[in-house]
Every structure is written in C-alpha cells, then in structure tokens.
Design a protein around this ligand. Sequence first.
Ligand code: SF4
Ligand code: ZN
Length: 315
Amino acid sequence: MKTGASALCFCGKEPAIFLHYAQKHLCEGHFIRMFDKRFRKTVSVHQMLKKGDRVAVGLSGGKDSTVLLHSLAELRKDLPFEIVAITIDEGIEGYRARTLGIAKKECGKLGIEQVILRFDTETGKTLDEAMARGKMGPDDNEPAALPCTHCGVLRRYLLNKGARQAKATKLALGHNLDDMAQTVLMNIMRNEPARLARLSEPLMKSDRFVRRIRPLMLSPERENAIYAMLKGIDIEHVECPYARFAFRSHVRKMLNDTEVRYPGTKFKVVNAFFDMEEGLRMQFGKARPLSECSSCGEPCSGSVCMFCKRVKAGG
Ligand code: SF4
Ligand code: ZN
C-alpha cells in the first residue's frame, strides 16, 4: 500500500488506503463513506431493491458475503426490507467449517434468520466425496473431475431453490468487482458469449428463478477486505483447496498482474461488459424456450437440468 508520510487524505488525516485506480489516498472515515456510498449507488442505479423485498443473501461466511450481509443490514434501516441468509455447505474438509462458523456468528449478531443447505443431504454426497479426492487423478492430490464446475452448478441450483423456499423476492450474491471482471474474461476466453449475455439475469423468464442481484459488483476485493477489517467484521483468510484447479485462478492472476501495471483495468473490463450487455442479450435472447426438468421440476433448457444430470451421474 502506497501510504507515504507526505501523502494524506484530502481532509489532512493519515490514509488508511491508497486507491491506485483513482490515485487517491483516503483516511478510514472517508474510505468507509466512499465504500458505503458506492454500495448504495450500485443498488439504486441498477434498481436492485425496493421497499418490502425479502432478500436472501448467499452467505458463505467469506469476506465478501459477510460484508454484503452487514451492508444490507445497514441499508435496511433506511429502506425497509427483510433479510434471510442462505448458506450452502458443500462439504469441503478443512475449509468450509471455518467460514460456516463465521456465517452463523454474524447472523446471530445481526438477528438474521439463517437457512443451511448441505450438498450431502441434498445430493447424497459431499463435494469431497463427489470429487473422490486423491483417488483418481494423475497425482494423489488431484480431483477426478473439475470441482468448481460441479460445485458451481450445485450451489447455484441450491441457492435459487433455498431462496424460493424462503419466499425471497431477490437473491443477493457477494460477487465483487474482481469476480465480475474474471467472469467476463473467462466467458470471452472460452468463447461463451451466450453465457455472458445471461450474467446479470437469465435470458428466459421463469417465476421459479429468484432474481439475482450483486450489490458489491463494483467493490474491488481488496477494498472489501479492508472495509471488513476497519468495521471489525470477522474474516477468515482460508482458500478452498480446490481453487487452484480452476481456470478462474489463472484469470485472477492475469487480471491482478495487469491491474498492477494498468490500474483501473478491472473497472474497465466490467464497464465494457455493461456497454455490451444489451447487444448481447438481443443477440442471444432468442434461445430455446425454458421447459421443466423431468426429474425435479426446476426450469431448464433441455429435458433434465444440469443439477439432476450431475447428481444422477454420481456427483
Ligand atoms: Fe466450490 Fe471451486 Fe469455490 Fe471451492 S473454489 S467453493 S470448489 S467453486
Ligand atoms: Zn432437475
């Protein structure tokens, strides 16, 4: 962090952070004010919430979703809406138990109801069991299948189902600016423009999809961590043991390196997506109509949804 003795916040106080992309030092108070203002502006510009909403927060207990929970709880004082937390326990040994503890504690502190859905009770297997870690890969530590792809399909499905069962009108996700920029680039690098087109919302409407919102999508990951620290929010610096197998890890590193050399790159990638979004949705909006999964009844584009295919295949 570049916080030299002569570099002060514009108010004259010692800086708590240097924002490279804005070439600005901010003291603790002004950083928190900027962060909160950006959060509220994102919610309002993208019309994410309205009075009387019931918001399901996808709460993993990691820093982003925990900051999201706190920021929404704060916003609730000015705009009356309800909050319920949905936590997914994938069953990842040595990782999830720690963040689950934080999620539970934070919900308790804020008086927020929490629903926990577990991979093993919902699908018959924990993620560890589904990946048969250490048994089938070329080296002893490699999983048999791509864990993040599998985990992502199951988690998205369960979050939507959990939110709907909790009678939520919105599903708030803790995705930050870094996640968004990575997702945009990943979809481009994999030549999946149709996926990019439905990043903000599904192309086909269904009342079984709870609308997803990402109020932290313009907050850089580093700022969420510093905000949590300054606000006394518990955060756990533990990485999922499967993360290193993910394509996302390569894209994250590439984006971080580029951001150091060219500050503001992450914002530019996400803003470019917003500029392209309408055109993409027009081009890919004429996809096959939604049908119902013959196994679970959830909306899908084929006869069986991805979740049921994976669970049936032994995931
Ligand atoms: Fe799931 Fe991959 Fe995230 Fe681990 S890193 S929780 S496997 S999506
Ligand atoms: Zn299904």
